[in-house]
Ligand binder design. Structure first.
Ligand code: SAH
Ligand code: SF4
Length: 390
């Protein structure tokens, strides 16, 4: 492991006190249209104004109405009076030795979530949070030790992408040649929270991110990870159409009940039925089965054989995640030999089985290590241990 890097504190302006203005960030096109009309934009012009404002905010990254030079001066003034363009605030930014950036982000009410940027060769992935804490209590997950505080709004979800682009300096410069390699080219909804328990906000936020005249991320570059909220899976296909990842993690209901307790509500068979329909409903590619490798718990050869049998017939790839430890965690990471033996079985059954390299471990930015240190109401070690024991 690399030595920890001291947080580099950014001083950005604090959000203004509530001033009755509508924040544009996170509104869908329809919502923006409605808001512009309510503010006095003539119906007949509304569609065009939505297009103009949209481009300024999401294509050019402009935050100041005065800079929207294709709008009349008095219309800019009207917008400034009734609207604002506000992102959540970056409180700290830590940069790992491997280049991973972890942002501690403050949202309205003083709550905090984490967003992680993972640079890779020719691309970069932003891991976005959807809730402060989580109602679910997966026994291996740090976020699961923190009670749910609240859902993020669509604006707070889109805002995470925008603030990462601010920090990386990734907004287009007028007149400059178009750069085809994007720093943030992919989004994974794998930060804090269960995205399918905040469906509407996540859907609206992803619609904004996918819009071609703005942030313009293709639905194929967005992956939503769920612990298995079965009733929302078909909706995800129909209303978002992004790639799906599922936190599978076990091959028997007995073990999955302990690791991913939502399994007691929707068991493995029910989950697999919903997954079978997903590619057709969403016209998307393979489903990613995430599988955290926990020593002596779910990592035997028998587990690997059961896993390939269970997912037979589903276009899939299996992402093996070496367990990332956190203080007080009740599990240990499987050995490298064990992980490779497990991966071999899956590979020989015909599945891609990449082993996820932990990124940003030195700054606790790796999968499942996120948790806002500031939130009260976290669970005790005894509670975690009791849950882990089932
Ligand atoms: N709530 C969603 C998305 C957030 S978790 C879900 O559960 O899918 C993103 C991924 O990290 C999930 O697959 C989760 O199971 C995994 N994860 C959680 N804690 C982990 C840990 N300590 N080490 C490795 N992976 C972990
Ligand atoms: Fe919540 Fe996902 Fe963590 Fe489970 S793994 S506690 S669903 S964030």
């Amino acid at each position: 492991m690399n030595a920890p890097v001291t947080p580099d504190v950014l001083t950005l302006p604090r959000k203004l006190p509530d001033n009755g203005r509508v924040n544009i960030v996170g509104l869908t096109r329809d919502q923006l249209r409605e808001a512009l009309v309510a503010a006095g934009t003539p119906e007949k012009q509304a569609k065009m104004r939505v297009g103009q404002v949209w481009q300024w905010v999401y294509h050019w990254g402009v935050r100041d109405f005065a800079r929207m030079s294709n709008l009349a001066k008095d219309y800019r003034a009207l917008l400034a009076e009734r609207f604002e363009i506000v992102l959540p605030e970056i409180v700290t930014r830590q940069i790992s030795a491997d280049g991973t950036r972890k942002y501690l982000v403050r949202i309205a009410g003083g709550h905090e979530v984490e967003t992680v940027y993972i640079p890779e060769e020719g691309r970069g992935t932003l891991c976005v949070s959807s809730q402060v804490g989580c109602t679910l209590t997966c026994s291996f997950c740090h976020t699961g030790t923190q009670k749910l505080v609240r859902n993020l709004t669509a604006g707070e979800i889109v805002g995470q992408l925008m603030l990462a682009r601010d920090d990386l300096g990734e907004w287009p410069v007028p007149g400059a040649p178009k750069d085809e390699t994007r720093l943030v080219s992919n989004i994974v909804l794998m930060g804090m929270g269960e995205p399918l328990y905040n469906f509407d906000a996540v859907r609206d936020a992803m619609k904004v991110c996918m819009d071609n005249e703005g942030l313009s991320l293709s639905r194929r570059r967005i992956t939503l990870s769920t612990s298995g909220v079965v009733p929302e899976i078909a909706r995800t296909a129909e209303e978002i159409g992004c790639q799906l990842a599922v936190s599978f993690h076990a091959t028997t209901d007995e073990v999955r009940n302990v690791l991913v307790p939502i399994n007691k509500r929707w068991n493995i068979a029910t989950l697999l039925d919903a997954l079978r329909d997903y590619p057709r409903l969403s016209n998307s590619e393979r489903i990613t089965f995430e599988y955290v490798m926990l020593a002596g718990v779910n990592d035997s050869d028998a587990d690997a054989h059961r896993l390939v049998k269970l997912i037979e017939g589903i276009p899939a790839k299996i992402n093996l995640i070496p367990f990332n430890e956190w203080p007080g965690a009740p599990y240990k990471r499987s050995s490298n030999n064990r992980i490779h033996a497990f991966a071999d079985i899956i590979y020989h059954a015909g599945y891609a089985s990449p082993i996820r390299t932990p990124r940003g471990e030195d700054i606790m930015a790796a999968c499942g290590q996120l948790k806002s240190a500031t939130e009260r109401g976290r669970k005790s070690r005894a509670e975690i241990a009791a849950e882990a024991a089932g």
